[in-house]
Ligand binder design. Structure first.
Ligand SMILES: [Zn+2]
Ligand SMILES: [Zn+2]
Length: 333
């Protein structure tokens, strides 16, 4: 019978439609050229080595011993926000606006065109994460920036047409209401229980183990009890910190391995599915709160949101989280 499950952290409900449940392998991606079978260099790709003039000047470059770049952060050429926008605010009748001030960065994860995060070495994934963290730390010093959102779109159905491995980061002058709503739920949980709901979830999921994909001493990767789509995965740090900018080098080395392992399981188990990942964190001003906790969320694009989802803000998950997790645990990496 169907169940309506609630996520204790976000308070969001999801319908787990067990009678419609497919076997995990039924979510395998349609046939297309897998990433590793593409050419390693594409002359027209703006992110391939030799084409650096095609992007604006970088804000951060990580180089190898031979001087060649390994990661670059450049402004998005078609950025959603601009540091040149004025800091104005207007309220007049129904019109309420603030200048589109902010930053939209692109991080090129590798000089190689035919790779993806799942296929990189754990150290290369850790280098990407530490470049993101360092750039976020720099942007956090700008008092006009309220919220930073690092994310990755992998594949067309996840919102990118550029094949070259890259992720992005948008830094906003406002706090989105979706983030504020989740913060309020986390604060309410803290008021009721005296503990951080994410610290509790990391411990409880690790102990129960039935929804765990992989874990180590710093992180637990699991499919939440009320996951809103098949293979939707959370990677929670065990150490309580509200912001990703507070992650240590040791934690990021560990996350490089856990993220790579989780993505490789998806790559091998489901045939390189398109996905988004987001690094969720509190607004910058909430650095020291005891109730909000940063984490990474992966959403493989194996199903599509439709009218019911748009109309209700809730989802129907046709896969059982426990079965999806067992399937991923069994994929060798
Ligand atoms: Zn390229
Ligand atoms: Zn916590």
């Amino acid at each position: 019978m169907p169940e309506i499950r609630q996520n204790i952290a976000t308070k969001e409900w999801v319908i787990i439609a067990t009678e419609r449940a497919k076997r995990p392998e039924d979510f395998t991606a349609e046939q297309r050229t897998p990433t590793h079978l593409r050419p390693p260099h594409v002359a027209t790709c703006p992110f391939c080595p030799g084409n650096e003039p095609m992007t604006p000047p970088p804000s951060l470059v990580r180089t190898a011993a031979d001087g060649s770049w390994q990661q670059r952060i450049v402004p998005n050429k078609f950025g959603a926000l601009s540091p040149a926008a004025p800091a104005v605010r207007l309220e007049e009748g129904v019109a309420r606006m603030t200048g589109g001030y902010g930053f939209h960065d692109v991080l090129i994860e590798s000089p190689l065109h035919n790779t993806t995060t799942a296929l990189l070495a754990p150290e290369e994934v850790a280098a990407t994460l530490s470049a993101l963290r360092d750039r976020a730390r720099e942007l956090a010093r700008d008092e006009r920036i309220a919220q930073i959102i690092p994310f990755k779109n992998h594949g067309e159905s996840a919102g990118t047409s550029l094949e070259h491995p890259h992720c992005q980061m948008v830094s906003l002058p406002i706090v989105p209401s979706h983030i504020r709503q989740r913060l309020e739920e986390a604060m309410r949980y803290f008021d009721e229980h005296g503990t951080c709901v994410f610290c509790d979830m990391a411990r409880l999921e690790s102990e129960a183990a039935i929804r765990v994909v992989c874990e180590d001493e710093h992180f637990v990767a699991f499919i939440p009890y009320a996951a809103f789509s098949p293979f939707h995965t959370w990677i929670l740090p065990r150490r309580h910190r509200s912001l990703f900018t507070q992650a240590s080098d040791e934690e990021l080395a560990s996350l490089g391995n856990i993220l790579k392992t989780t993505l490789l399981k998806l790559y091998r188990g489901l045939g390189d599915p398109h996905y988004n990942y987001m690094i969720r964190m509190a607004p910058l001003a909430y650095e020291k709160v005891h109730w909000s906790h940063w984490y990474l969320s992966i959403v493989p694009k194996v199903t599509r949101a439709a009218g019911f989802e748009l109309g209700s803000g809730m989802y129907i998950n046709t896969a059982l989280p426990e079965e999806s997790a067992a399937f991923l645990r069994a994929v060798t990496t």
